[in-house]
Ligand binder design. Structure first.
Ligand code: GLC
Length: 622
């Protein structure tokens, strides 16, 4: 096969730099496959072609980010996630909202699934029919390119979803498979009968037990069974086939050349199947992700990868690179545990479990990667609290998880929350939760609770803004949008309670929040903005600065230190509606010298030898 010679020395240097992350991984993944050599040659060609086609301004950005590899770790890096239609109406209309985002301090926008989905039910856009087209209801690829360019001009980055685990059954590959093309049948997991599926199912975990039970679907046109981890229309890709690696690499580079900065790699944990396991987070998944990362670093090093793996704490870390893959896999991964522990500590008014989980499972610093820290997103909250962690503190994991579901559904006596259950699984007792940040923190539970809800929300924002990572604001949370029950009127959405927390952006409320700072939405908007702006100005909150969990005696308060070279910043959070005290001696022993709060900009007055934390207070002190 003829090789297009890459024009530039820079390309060759980058190819050499990332070679150890690419070719040996492919060898380990596909060494036994007869097509490895042919696929590798095709991949070399594709990479060279994509580099040639890469627009000059993006090549400049590549260079800039090669020179400033910590660009996404800096304290001014703040994310925002929104559906194009629900936020602005369309992709091009987002351009008109960039001032708003800028004002909030946002540097990175995740436009929720926008590639062309199948018609009909499509799992909120995660059932993709064509990765090279934009959902026609939202605009065109030219619109996306233009948005990316506009954002680049303002120093903002664009993130889009790339679903790696499955395509829609309407995708061309699946259609060709249905039409009988053998090469495309090998892009998926297709079984003649259900013998193997039943064997696999012995150890698989159901993702949507209520509305999409099982992990396999009988496809009458084929007369065969297809692996469908999620919904029946989402066909799992067969990543043990090297040609799938090539196809996805091509798509990745196509999107990179359109100006996408962050690829959110969806549902990556499920990409490798092994009989007798949960088929989640198998070692090969990390080899694939490392190799995909290398492809981008060679051709489009400005692009980083966000890996979506919502798993138990120790497992999640592997997506940021552990062991042999340290610093070489994802750049970003969701800190699902921090999110779960925020909700757990708010409900139990205690931070013991939170401290234990954060201190035991998470290192003080990561190599070349960081977390996306968040409170809510478009998905449900699954109570990822392990039995082992709960047992370490002497209680039952199952009981605690059930408590959290009851609490946030609102059925637990005295709960301030109003949420809804998602995918109750009678077989395991597992119940997940839907609801917006505002509704789950109590905005709908009377005026007194609404006031506390504001403080709970701002406590959360201060937490995700200081822990280390890219804080991600989920659309509408900054103006305290409540649950949207109208999803029940839409037959496409009604079966999926996650639509409860996917409201349409309420711009009137945003205006009101601007003009009435004392209203709950005003306090949340202005408070969020203030926190994010303070963060941007504090080099101590760079994500490369280590985070150490501290253990004050008062377990109602979460405390950690950001161990900056200029001295520690002590971040303290009162997770209760009562006043809490932290002795001055303890603060000084942790390195607090000035008794100054960087968050409010005020000096801290001590009372009776202690720092007094008002209900839900948050302090970043030096
Ligand atoms: C991810 C998405 C979720 C979707 C699933 C399947 O977890 O966040 O919304 O249902 O992948 O694509």
């Amino acid at each position: 096969m003829a090789r297009t010679a890459p024009a530039s020395e820079l390309y060759d240097l980058r190819a050499a730099r990332s070679a150890p992350d690419l070719w040996p991984m492919l060898e380990r993944l596909y060494g036994g496959h007869p097509d490895l050599a042919a696929m590798s040659a095709a991949l070399r060609d594709e990479m060279a072609r994509a580099w040639k086609a890469r627009p000059a301004d993006l090549k400049r950005l590549d260079l800039q980010r090669d020179l400033e590899p910590d660009w996404f770790l800096r304290p001014d890096m703040v994310g925002y996630a929104a559906y194009a239609d629900r936020f602005a109406g369309s992709i091009s209309a987002i351009e008109g909202k960039l001032d708003y985002l800028d004002g909030l301090g946002v540097r990175y926008l995740h436009v929720m699934p926008c590639l062309k989905p199948r018609k009909g039910p499509n799992d909120g856009g995660y059932s993709v029919q064509d990765y090279r087209r934009i959902n026609p209801a939202l605009g065109s690829m030219a619109d996306l390119e233009r948005l990316a360019r506009k954002m680049r001009g303002r120093g903002m980055s664009l993130c889009v979803d790339l679903v790696l685990n499955h395509t829609a059954r309407e995708h061309d590959w699946a259609q060709k498979a249905i039409a009988g093309e053998k090469a495309y049948q090998e892009y998926y997991y297709i079984f003649d009968d259900d013998t193997l599926p039943r064997q696999y199912e012995q150890t698989l975990v159901e993702i949507f037990p209520n509305d999409a039970p099982g992990s396999f679907t009988f496809v009458p046109e084929l007369g065969k069974w297809v692996w469908t981890t999620f919904h029946e229309h989402q066909w799992d890709l067969n990543w043990s086939n090297p040609w799938v690696f090539l196809e996805i690499s091509k798509i990745m580079l196509f999107l990179a050349n359109k100006g996408v900065d962050v690829l959110r790699l969806d549902a990556v944990a499920f990409m490798w199947k092994r009989m007798g396991t949960r088929c989640q987070s198998e070692p090969e998944v990390h080899m694939i992700l490392r190799a995909l990362r290398a492809v981008c670093r060679i051709v489009a090093p400005a692009v980083i990868h966000l890996e979506e793996a919502i798993t138990a704490p120790a497992e999640m870390l592997t997506y940021l690179g552990t062991g042999e893959h340290d610093g070489r896999v994802g750049n970003l991964a969701y800190h699902n545990s921090l999110m779960v522990q925020y909700w757990s500590a708010l409900a139990s008014r205690d931070t013991k479990l939170m401290r234990h989980v954060l201190a035991t499972h998470f290192p003080e610093r990561l190599s070349n990667a960081t977390y996306v820290t968040y409170l809510r997103c478009h998905d449900d909250i699954g109570w990822a609290v392990t039995d082992e962690d709960a047992a370490d503190l002497g209680f039952s994991g199952a009981a605690h998880r059930a408590f959290l579901s009851d609490f946030y559904e609102g059925s637990f006596p005295g709960s301030f929350a109003k949420g809804a259950l998602f995918q109750e699984n009678p077989a395991t007792g597992d119940k997940r939760i839907s609801g917006t940040l505002a509704s789950l923190t109590g905005i709908e539970s009377g005026p007194e609770q609404a006031e506390l809800a504001v403080q709970r929300m701002l406590l959360g924002v201060a937490l995700i803004a200081s822990y280390g990572g890219v804080p991600m604001i989920y659309m509408g949370d900054e103006i305290a949008l409540a649950n949207d029950w109208s999803y029940l009127d839409n037959p496409l959405h009604a079966p999926d309670s996650r639509w409860l927390h996917r409201p349409v952006m309420d711009w009137d409320r945003a205006d009101a929040a601007e003009s009435d700072p004392a209203s709950p939405q005003g306090q949340v908007l202005q408070g969020t903005r203030a926190i994010l702006h303070r963060r941007a100005a504090l080099p101590q909150l760079h994500s490369g600065v280590p985070t150490r969990i501290l253990h004050p005696e008062n377990t109602q308060v979460l405390a950690f230190a950001r161990l900056a070279p200029t001295g520690p910043v002590l971040c303290l959070f009162n997770f209760t509606e009562a006043v809490q005290r932290i002795p001055e001696g303890w603060l000084r022993a942790q390195g607090a010298e000035k008794m100054h709060d960087l968050l409010s900009g005020h000096d801290i007055g001590l009372h009776d030898g202690a720092l007094v934390l008002l209900p839900y207070a948050r302090v970043w002190m030096i």
